[in-house]
Design a protein around this ligand. Structure first.
Ligand SMILES: [Fe+2]
Ligand SMILES: [Fe+2]
Length: 222
């Protein structure tokens, strides 16, 4: 497919999986905000759409994981989501929560609003994702694997809504952290926290994209 500024970001992420590297680099949301044209998203974020198109063209020439998850068996896609995104995320939620609290406790006097805001928003994200992933792992994914995806419209709507909420919280974290720019006075744990949060955002965008734009529509088709 030709890449133009009119392309829908979610569709490009589905058909050209490597495009998500470019989106991640610029913090472009292609999972929940995926139904919108690139030009609109770039305008909103103050990015130059033509520059992004050029970057996309360059990225897509390079070799990498190009699995077409819209064509692979649904069971395999679920296993991939669990193994690559759920398992590490369970660990990261605890690790980042502890780190955020530690940085607040030790350096709270330097950036009180920023650091307490992060602890607060992260606690919300953690609680929400905890419930959300339990529902996917225990109810929705087994339903889809059992071939009952067509009857899962209700749970899928709930998951989509929760994804929106996670997306919103990630945007708040991005703002609070100044787009993950590490402050000069940051110690190693502080730096590692920024790095970990940015990596979590990147993984969650890909994770939610695979669910919203590929798994759920395919499950509903039956
Ligand atoms: Fe998930
Ligand atoms: Fe999900």
């Amino acid at each position: 497919m030709a890449i133009t500024t009119d392309v829908l970001v979610g569709q490009l992420a589905t058909e050209q999986p490597l495009s998500t590297r470019v989106f991640a680099r610029h913090g472009i949301d292609y999972c929940c905000g995926g139904g919108r044209p690139l030009s609109e998203v770039c305008d909103e974020m103050g990015l130059d759409a033509d520059t992004i198109v050029a970057e996309l063209e360059k990225e897509l020439k390079e070799p990498g994981d190009t699995t077409r998850w819209d064509e692979a068996p649904v069971d395999k896609l679920i296993d991939h989501i669990l193994e690559v995104y759920h398992v590490p995320l369970w660990e990261e939620l605890d690790r980042l929560d502890a780190m955020a609290r530690k940085v607040l406790a030790v350096h709270g006097d330097k950036r009180p609003e920023m650091l307490s805001g992060i602890v607060e928003v992260f606690a919300e994200v953690k609680a929400d994702l905890d419930q959300h992933m339990h529902k996917e792992e225990e109810i929705l994914f087994p339903m889809i694997k059992a071939g009952q995806g067509k009857d899962a419209g209700g749970p899928i709507n709930v998951m989509n809504r929760e994804h929106e909420e996670v997306g919103e919280a990630l945007r708040r974290l991005r703002l609070l952290t100044n787009q993950y720019e590490v402050p000069e006075e940051a110690c190693n744990t502080w730096r590692a926290l920024w790095h970990g949060l940015a990596a979590m955002e990147k993984d969650l965008h890909q994770h939610i994209h695979l669910e919203n734009n590929i798994l759920f529509p395919r499950a509903l088709e039956g």
